[in-house]
Structure formats: C-alpha cells, structure tokens
Design a protein around this ligand. Structure first.
Ligand SMILES: Cc1ncc(COP(=O)(O)O)c(C=O)c1O
Length: 330
C-alpha cells in the first residue's frame, strides 16, 4: 500500500540508473532558463524569506492585474492542490474529468473527501454546481486536450473551479481563460526548473486565510527567486524562443512515431501521447536501453506512453529503440 502511494509515477528518480534520455517529464527540455538561474544565484540562503511574501505577492498580483490578497504562494502547485482540498471553505465533493493529473484525486483520497470522476464533459458540467472544488488542467495532462467549455464551466461552478495551468505557458496559442476561475501556476515547468519547489494560486477572492493554512515560509528564497524571476522580461523572451523550438521538436517526434505506424495525439504544448500496445512492457524495455518514458497506465491509458519534446539526437535514439522494442514485443 505504502509502496503504491510512493510509486514514482511523477517526475524525479525512479530508483534505476540515471537514464541517458528522459522523455518522461514535461519540463522544458531546453532549460533551465539561464535568466532565472542568474536570479537563483543572487538569492541569499543565509536568511529567511518574508513570511508574508509581500514583495513577491505584490509582483505576481501586478502581473495578473489582481490585488495581492488574491495571490497565495506554495511549495509547488502539488502542495497548493492538497491545501485547497484541506480548506474548510471549500470542503466537500471534489470533481474531476479523468484522465488527468493524479494529484487531485490523491488529495481527495488522503482526506477521505467524496471524489466525483465525471465520465464525460456533459457529466462534468452537470455535477459542477454541486461540487465544492473542481479541477481542469489546461492543456490537460496527459491528453493535451483544451476544453472548449471553460466559460460555461466557470459560470456553472458551485464552488471553486480551479484551472491548473502547469503547461499553459508552453502552448503555442493559449485559449482565453474565464475571469472568475481560480488559477494554479507552476513556472518551474516552462522554465525547466522543476527542482525548485514553488508555485502560486490566483483566485477571485481574498486568500489571506488560505495562505495561513500553510506552515511559515513554505517557499524558500530559491522558490521566491524563481517566481520573481519568471516575471523578468528577459526570462519571458527566453521562454518565447524555446517554446517555438519545443514545438518544432514535438512535431518532429510525432512525425517519427507516425513513421513507425503508431497513433499519436499531440498536445498544443511540449508533449504528446503515443499508442504502443502494452505500455508498461514497452516502457520497461525502453528503460533497459537507457530511455525513460512515461507509461500512461496510471492515468487509465494502458496502451499509451506520454513523451515530451527532447533534442533531435534523443528523438532519433528513441525512434530507433522503439522500433526494435515493438518488433520484439510483437
Ligand atoms: C498538471 C500538473 N499540475 C501540477 C503539477 C505539479 O507541479 P509543481 O508541484 O512542481 O508545481 C504537475 C507536475 O507534474 C502537473 O503535471
């Protein structure tokens, strides 16, 4: 049971040797962003950060055109997701539209909250008025879907409709977002800095009480430097450039996979899904060849792998290895 909970289904080491190529995480493969690295180097680890994160929340609020009280910071959005589920103000049924990021369901289960997993968008919209907390990931991890009903969902929401924007900054053509929705931001993905644990929430109301649900100093000085640094226009310029390279690489990867006769679903960000048959067996065989991929079985997609855009050399190695592995598995 404990093993099951701790299984490395997300990023981070999987206990095996260091992979030669890692397609399993969706962090920007061209990172880390050197502009933000310079911000991190200037951080002073000999002092505590401001426990109220005044300057940081002010800067984030200005960037989003809201009041600083509408911004809460946390040790990554995973922590903020769990904190949202713990907040009495939103306590009640948690609504999801699977397959999606596993942390929402994990938070609900850990707290024994009712977990409503809608079978389709119609059911999701139908259940929304009675849910306390609903999550939609835009674009969705792992399917890459961008739901066309965000405005309607925001109007129908009985409690909080939270849009998880982990990969939004990596989209070519981001959709407009409803004003009333709650928004989770994790800049560590787009800037290739997932080892720095920091994220933030923007909500249409005062989050002072929510911020007090966290222990003091949930964000380190490095997290602070990342969240401030990602607002730096030079950091944004680096991101814009790397984004177009990533899309070119994602298309190249998709083309190579289709060349093997495989079905591919490209996201509008830096990742895609590919149907390989027995995903777990294929992922294991690739791992033995030093290539790490994300088996989508835990998302309820046992025939699919999720792959992120990687440099050309890595793509070539993967395509060759996959061809060999599929010939063997067949
Ligand atoms: C969709 C989505 N949301 C949130 C997270 C959590 O990211 P972090 O805790 O680093 O902000 C992830 C991480 O993989 C993710 O894929």
């Amino acid at each position: 049971m404990i093993d099951d909970v701790l299984k490395p289904i997300h990023g981070g080491p999987d206990g095996g040797p260091e992979p030669l190529y890692d397609f399993s995480t969706n962090a920007n493969a061209l990172g880390p962003n050197p502009v933000i690295l310079a911000h991190l180097r200037r951080a002073d680890p000999s002092r505590y950060p401001d426990p109220l994160y005044r300057r940081l929340r002010q800067a984030l609020a200005e960037a989003h055109g809201v009041a600083p009280e509408q911004v809460a910071v946390g040790t990554g959005t995973s922590e903020l997701i769990h904190r949202l589920a713990r907040w009495n103000y939103l306590r009640g049924p948690i609504l999801l539209l699977p397959p999606t990021f596993s942390e929402y369901a994990r938070a609900a289960r850990a707290l024994d909250l009712p977990l409503w997993e809608a079978r389709n968008p119609e059911e999701f919209l139908h259940l929304l008025p009675r849910s306390s907390l609903a999550f939609l990931c835009v674009p969705n991890n792992p399917t890459g879907e961008v739901y066309p009903f965000l405005e309607e969902a925001s109007r129908r929401a009985g409690g909080a409709l939270v849009l998880d924007l982990a990969y939004h900054d990596l989209m070519e053509d981001p959709p407009p977002l409803p004003q009333r929705a709650w928004r989770l931001y994790s800049p560590n993905k787009a800037h290739g800095l997932t080892g720095v644990r920091a994220g933030y929430l923007v909500a249409p109301l005062d989050l002072t009480h929510f911020q007090h649900l966290a222990p003091s100093w949930p964000v380190s000085v490095y997290g602070e430097a990342l969240l401030l640094g990602h607002l730096d226009p030079e950091a944004r310029a680096w991101l814009a450039e790397s984004r177009s390279t990533l899309h070119r690489l994602r298309r190249l990867l998709a083309q190579g996979l289709r060349g093997l006769g495989l079905e591919v679903r490209e996201s509008p960000a830096n990742f895609l899904l590919v149907r390989v048959g027995e995903a777990t067996a294929v992922a294991r065989a690739l791992r033995e060849r030093g290539i790490r991929v994300r088996d989508a079985t835990s998302f309820g997609l046992p025939q699919w792998l999720r792959l992120s855009a990687q440099p050309e050399e890595a793509i070539q190695v993967l395509i060759e290895a996959l061809e060999a592995v599929l010939a063997r598995v067949d």
